[in-house]
Design a protein around this ligand. Structure first.
Ligand code: FES
Length: 166
């Protein structure tokens, strides 16, 4: 079950962002979109797929939290720098929830389309157990939100819908 990133559209300057193990699903997306890749890892020992991203993306930026390899800092630092000099029209991201959450306001403030692939614990994988429920906006509900199953309705969501369990 589940969906994938919207790669069947024409983006002028797409960016894929991966954090930790979230870099894995971004490789094929980078390849299909010929996108810029921004990859973040905790440290040098955890850096993976660098050669593949070099081969299949337009360009690659790597950050490590502790500065032990390439740039020190977060993927959002690189994104903020790129935004100073170029227009980015779409971002596709997978990684830790705080990273995805941090991307949402950046995308919203810059008018960038953002899709996020959510990492959630899953038990049944078929939408039956509620284990992977995540809060999404739903104007038809009195409270303004509802719950989606990451396994069935995602894992990819338009970030506008995701409330990041606020
Ligand atoms: S894993 Fe059971 S509903 Fe998603």
């Amino acid at each position: 079950m589940g969906n994938g990133f919207s790669v069947n559209k024409n983006y002028k300057n797409p960016v894929v962002i991966g954090g930790g193990i979230g870099v894995y699903p971004m490789l094929e997306t980078a390849k299909q979109l010929n996108a810029t890749a921004i990859l973040g890892f905790r440290n040098k020992d955890l850096v993976t797929l660098e050669e593949d991203f070099n081969k299949y993306s337009k360009r690659v930026y790597i950050t490590t939290d502790d500065g032990s390899y390439k740039r020190s800092g977060r993927v959002t630092d690189v994104l903020a720098e790129l935004l100073l000099t170029e227009d980015i029209d779409a971002i596709f991201a997978c990684g830790p929830m705080p990273m995805l959450k941090a991307l949402k306001p950046i995308a919203a403030n810059n008018g960038i389309y953002l899709e996020v692939s959510l990492e959630e614990r899953m038990a049944c994988g078929i939408g039956a157990c509620l284990c992977c429920a995540t809060k999404v906006s739903d104007k038809e509900m009195e409270e303004g939100y509802n719950f989606a199953h990451v396994c069935k309705h995602g894992p990819v969501f338009n970030a506008k819908e995701v409330l990041f369990n606020d």
